[in-house]
Unconditional design. Sequence first.
Length: 278
Amino acid sequence: MLTFGGAHQVHGRIDLPPPDEVESCLDSLLLPAVRHRVRGVLLVLYDSGPRFGAKLARRLAERVAESDIDLIGCLRVQGGRWFDPLGFHDVPADGVPFDVDAHPILAQAVYDGHLVRRSRTELAASIAAVPAAVAETEAALGEAPPMRLYEVGRLVDDAVAGTVLSAGQVASLLLALGDPQGRDAAWGGMTREEAKAHVRLWTDVVRRSPDDHVAHPAAVLAFAAWLGGDGALAWCALDRCFASERHHGLGVLVAQMLEGAVAPAAWEEALGSSDLPA
């Protein structure tokens, strides 16, 4: 879902639901659009057959109208072709072929230095554990002392600037993150300008963390990804976080912000607050 005309531009993605979960799925998709008072939406449905896609498109159109939002268009995508299930355009019955590999948006993303993943599976694999690196961290955990608060902040600053952490430093950082104040020191002062560098840092830490220590760095990675505008990566990081600790405080906070389509710009207003969950 792409939105237009609101105070903040909102994009939403959700897996196609089974038939008995359509309404709750549409609630989750449309609530952020209503909250941000958008004027119009463009919907794109990816599915493997026309019947369910067309039925879902009609119900989406009804729900969008009920929300007093203009439906700019609705496309159904299958097998490298797009179709028009609601008849907005004069589209052939066999659809219109397209090639995203040559699209200007993709070219611009590559030019800007964004690594474009072809699927959510590929994105999730980019933050999966690296067994050899995890083994090094596990060995270091037996001897590493937890860092003091000022050491956490200093280490994070150095790593954001490009310093590669040793296994011992990763181990000490993981131990420090077990303390809520240590977690606050790691993420509490993060800025939008630093978000991309933080994503690189915490991706590295997550990939080197044992399962019983990964929840904290994965939650920080999710926050950094949200702050940098990468909601898909944030959800992948939350999957790793919640697999280790289902009700992780920071993880739950990031999930709520993603579900509510809270704009990253809102973070500036929260900087300096001392009562944010850790």
